[in-house]
Write a protein that binds this ligand. Structure first.
Ligand code: G16
Length: 553
């Protein structure tokens, strides 16, 4: 088999690097690790080798999509990939102009243009820069992140790689749109906004949203100096007529302006401040580095991701034309609040519970079992693409506000009155000593069988287990996806180690307590006993010197 065409293909000898196993969402490392000669090349070649069989042994009829969130090293990585994709024999390469494509836009391009797959260059919400983070992820033909069966093949490849293929070719000018030839491959630099905008137009009533802004409503959208800047400016200010200045930090910068492009209450503090007070706009939102996460705010009001998912599911059919047929089902990751479960029950549809990682929604969406899905990590999406989609969530909320005539806070309070409220928080303990964190998790896991009946947080543990998942579509199984403690009073605590960090270990503690009280309680108070109980049980202060989390969301 000779999978490559073209005359000047070079076969470069290489040897494996440690630690190229993709995590929750692709390979994420410090940028300097990626800049090490051969590091990116080894991974990309391992992806191509892992999926060449799915193309019938030859990429000669296939299209690959490439784009990233514009962070430091994005452009250089795109040039490396162009040469390697050409050497590996792809017929066509679709590259976002300036190397830019948001993560949901990559998914939209793959699906609309019937591509074989795509490479997304991003470390998502992690900071960017030479001393910060970089990442790469492979998406398959359905537009979604590769399932574990593929990522494990990629990893195996990285462990035995001996060569990668590239071409001698000067850098392609990424600033222009249009076609150029690299070897025998046609490289097409596309408008990063076109496919994504078309997908949004197919779902939302742009006239109704224009009317919302025309009638004087104001919003602020914080692009966090990351990839959604151009998308939001085009859609919100350009197409929907939101006033100029609606989009804050709208120019993608290689270091995100030195900020952490993670749309939560800590890192989007500037937006949170501007959304406070009686003069604040009606609606506030932010997206992360690569545009798949979202933060939703009202005036002096934060919508937790679990509530946002539940509210979108509740109103989709009545407020958004793309869902007027109703939802086939809903899905959430296991640690996500159970608020959406109650909406699903009310709608008479099924709600699936998956492991953390958007890739686990792919089969449910492909099989038509779920229409909307979401995660506590500020991710919401639907079957329109196979990634979570930050601006989609923003347009969902705008549609709900426009159609109901209610404020963000009113919409959420109505929801709590109808369904009750899942009081919810996630506590992150970042940059812990990895060995100590592993030891703690192993200890907890070993003690699970003896926990039932023990007192915790003024209640008692009813049952404790480690979450495992069997995919209802292909029967694949995934184990060790987090420890769950269910209390007799209906509260729940979940513990897991993050799969997206790049330094040490990050412990995530997810706390939830459901109350059918109209939502009037204070979240800190309602969760206080559970918070203290879990910290004591884990002996966090003793192990790590503090039991105060780095970030609370
Ligand atoms: C990724 C995944 C999400 C996951 C999140 C957090 O998001 O796509 O599915 O919920 O990481 O994962 P962890 O808790 O393992 O750190 P993103 O936005 O970083 O691509």
């Amino acid at each position: 088999m000779t999978p490559f065409r073209g005359g000047n293909v070079q076969t470069v000898r290489t040897s494996p690097f440690e630690g190229q196993r993709p995590g929750t969402s692709g390979l994420r490392k410090k940028t300097r690790v990626f800049m090490h000669p051969g590091y990116l090349e080894n991974f990309v070649q391992s992806v191509f080798d892992a999926v060449r069989g799915d193309a019938g042994g030859d990429f000669g009829a296939e299209t690959l999509v490439v784009g990233g969130d514009g962070r430091f090293y994005n452009r250089e990585a795109v040039q490396v990939i162009i040469r390697m994709a050409a050497a590996n024999g792809f017929r066509t390469l679709l590259v976002g102009r300036a190397g830019i494509l948001s993560t949901p836009a990559v998914s939209a391009v793959i699906r609309r243009r019937n591509a074989f797959g795509g490479l997304v260059l991003s470390a998502s919400h992690n900071p960017g820069g030479p001393d910060e983070d970089f990442g790469i992820k492979y998406n398959t033909r359905n537009g979604g992140p590769a399932p574990e069966s593929v990522t494990e093949r990629v990893y195996a490849g990285t462990q035995s790689i001996t060569r990668y293929l590239t071409l001698e070719h000067p850098d392609v000018d990424l600033e222009r749109e249009g076609s150029v030839r690299v070897g025998e491959t046609e490289v097409v630099r596309i408008d990063p906004l076109e496919d994504y905008t078309a997908v949004m137009e197919g779902l939302f009533d742009f006239d109704a949203l224009r009317e919302y802004f025309a009638s004087g409503h104001r919003m602020l959208f914080d692009a966090m100096s990351a990839v959604t800047g151009p998308y939001a400016t085009h859609l919100l200010e350009g197409r929907l007529g939101a006033r100029a200045g609606t989009v804050l930090n709208g120019t993608p910068l290689p270091d995100f302006g030195g900020h952490h492009p993670d749309p939560n209450l800590v890192y989007a503090a500037e937006l949170v401040l501007r959304m406070s007070g009686r003069e604040a706009p009606d609606f506030g939102a932010a997206c992360d580095g690569d545009g798949d996460r979202n933060l939703i705010l009202g005036r002096d009001f934060f919508v937790s991701p679990g509530d946002s998912l539940a509210v979108i599911a509740e109103h989709a059919r009545d407020c958004i034309p793309g869902y007027r047929e109703g939802l086939a089902g809903a899905a959430r990751s296991m640690p996500t609040s159970t608020a959406v479960d109650r909406v699903a029950e009310g709608l008479g549809i099924k709600c699936y519970e998956t492991p953390t990682g958007w890739k686990f929604f792919g089969n449910l969406l492909d099989a038509g079992l779920a229409t909307v899905c979401g995660e506590e990590s500020f991710g919401t999406g639907s079957n329109h693409v196979r990634e979570k989609d930050g601006l989609w969530a923003v347009l969902c909320w705008l549609s709900i506000l426009a159609k109901t005539g209610r404020s963000v806070e009113e919409v959420v309070r109505d929801h709590w009155r109808r369904f009750g409220r899942s009081y919810y928080q996630r506590h992150d303990y970042e940059a812990l000593d990895a060995a100590a964190a592993d030891e703690m998790m192993s200890g907890v896991t070993e003690s699970l069988h003896g926990l039932a009946g023990t007192p915790l947080a003024g209640s008692r543990v009813e049952r404790a287990d480690e979450f495992g998942y069997t995919d209802p579509v292909d029967g694949s199984t995934t184990s060790r996806q987090g420890v769950r403690l269910f209390l007799e009073d209906g509260s729940r605590a979940v513990l897991r180690l993050s799969g997206t960090g790049t330094a040490g270990a990050t412990l995530r503690v997810y706390l939830e307590r459901y109350r059918d009280d109209g939502g009037a309680g204070d979240v800190e108070e309602v969760l206080g006993p559970l918070t203290r109980g879990v910290r004591e049980m884990l002996r966090l202060r003793e192990r790590f010197g503090t039991d105060e989390p780095t970030v609370v969301t």
